[in-house]
Structures are given as C-alpha cells and as structure tokens.
Design a protein around this ligand. Structure first.
Ligand SMILES: [Zn+2]
Length: 253
C-alpha cells in the first residue's frame, strides 16, 4: 500500500467510485486521492477543457451549474470574483512593484489584473491557455512544467496556486518548490477544492469537486495546514466555508 505523504499512514479506504476511478481516503488524516492515477499525457487537454468549457453554460452538468450558482452568490455577497480576491489579498500583503508568480496561470486572467501593481510571471502547462495568456501585455509567461522551469530560488515575494493543487500528482513537492522560490517573508496563496466541505458529504459522487480524471488529490483544511507546516511555512490561515466547494489558504515563508 502507498504511504500517505502527509501523515505516513499506509491504510486507505475507498470512499467513492466515480467512472473508472476510486477516490481513496487516508484513514488517519483524511487526505484523499484518485486511484489509479490517470496517465499524465492524457490530462493537459483536460486542464484546458475545464476552463474553456466552464464559460459555456449549455455544456455544464447539473453539479457544475450548482457550483456556478454558488460562485455567483458568493460574488454578489463579496463583490469580488476569484481574481479580485487574490489581487486584494496580495495588495494587502505586498508593496507595489514586488515579484509575483502565478503557477497554473491559465489564460492569464488573474495576472492581467495583478500586473496593475506587481511584476508578474505566469507558468502554464497547457499550450493553448499559455498562448492566450501571452497575448496579455506586461506578463512573462512560461509554458511548461513548473518543476523544471528555469526560475531562481528566492526570487518571488508572492506565489499564487489558484485551483491548481488538486491537479498535481505530487502536491507535496509543489508546495516545497513554492517554499524554495519564495523570498524569506514571502507569501503563498492557495485556492483548492475542500474535501471537508458539507457539499461533498451531501452530494457524494456528484460533488462538483470530483472532476475525474483531472482532479487527482483532495485536501481538507487540517491536512493542508499540516503539509504546509511540515514544509516550513508559518502563520498559516485557512478560510473554509461549509457550503463552499473550495478553501483559501495564506501561508508565509
Ligand atoms: Zn494521511
């Protein structure tokens, strides 16, 4: 059996069966993952498809529509979309002109806002989305895998992982890489699906967070905090609302 890289436990329980995959949950810390891991080369187009398709309501499943309605309600209450939330946070934490890296930047929608105040770099594994991001002026875009990208350690004041962590085979290595890329005192901002949310326990296999095969790992607030602490991050703040499919996390190096 595989070892849970958060708590070192080796016992897993199959929590759900979705299409050809099991969702297995660590018996100790509750970290969940897809099994078997889908072949990597089959997934880059899913990364594109997810974001492109989500713009076309007619193609959305019922649970995606539900999720979209929740997002709309959230935006009405807070007056902000996802990019706005990250931009406000960064602006609160970092002075203008500092270095910001968005990993998994998609079509560059967040960086297009962030560039008003920060020196921005984006990395995107999907060639299609990366090429869309490159059309936005004033942002350096690297198309490829951020594990192998040519980036200097300690270069960045802020790093954002917006809806990315759930796509990664090795989120623990990604978090470590972010730690290395940050300056001392730099901040990591994360948005990822929250396996611990009420929506998942109500909707079970139909939970919108289960997007197989492109979502491969699922954290809850406590095991995400544990992973970040072990990596060396401090002052970790996680915001998770019971009826939101996602959680937000701020962590300092
Ligand atoms: Zn575990």
């Amino acid at each position: 059996m595989a070892t849970c890289y958060i708590c070192q436990n080796t016992k897993w329980t199959t929590a759900y069966r979705i299409k050809d995959w099991d969702i297995e949950r660590c018996d100790v810390c509750g970290f969940a993952r897809i099994n078997p891991l889908p072949a990597r080369e089959t997934r880059p187009e899913f990364y594109s498809q997810e974001k492109v398709v989500s713009r076309n309501v007619k193609q959305l499943s019922l649970s995606q529509r539900f999720s979209r309605a929740m997002k709309g309600a959230f935006k009405k209450i807070t007056g902000q979309d996802k990019s706005g939330i990250f931009y406000s946070k960064l602006s609160r934490y970092l002075p203008a002109g500092t270095e910001v890296l968005d990993i998994g930047c998609g079509d560059g929608s967040f960086l297009n806002l962030a560039k008003r105040r920060f020196n921005c770099t984006g990395i995107e594994i999907s060639e299609y989305l990366g090429s869309l991001a490159r059309r936005q002026a004033g942002i350096r875009i690297i198309i490829g895998d951020f594990f192998t990208a040519d980036l200097a350690p300690g270069k960045f004041d802020g790093i954002t992982l917006i809806s990315l962590l759930e796509h990664l085979d090795h989120p623990e290595a990604a978090v470590k890489k972010c730690f290395d890329l940050l300056k001392p005192g730099g901040i990591l901002l994360i948005k990822t699906v929250n396996y611990g949310c009420v929506n998942r326990s109500i909707r079970k296999e139909n939970w919108t967070g289960f997007r197989v095969p492109d979502h491969v790992v699922y954290f809850n607030p406590s095991n995400l905090k544990r992973l970040l602490e072990r990596t060396g991050f401090s002052r970790i703040k996680i915001s998770a609302w019971p009826f939101s499919d996602n959680m937000y996390c701020d962590a300092w190096k």
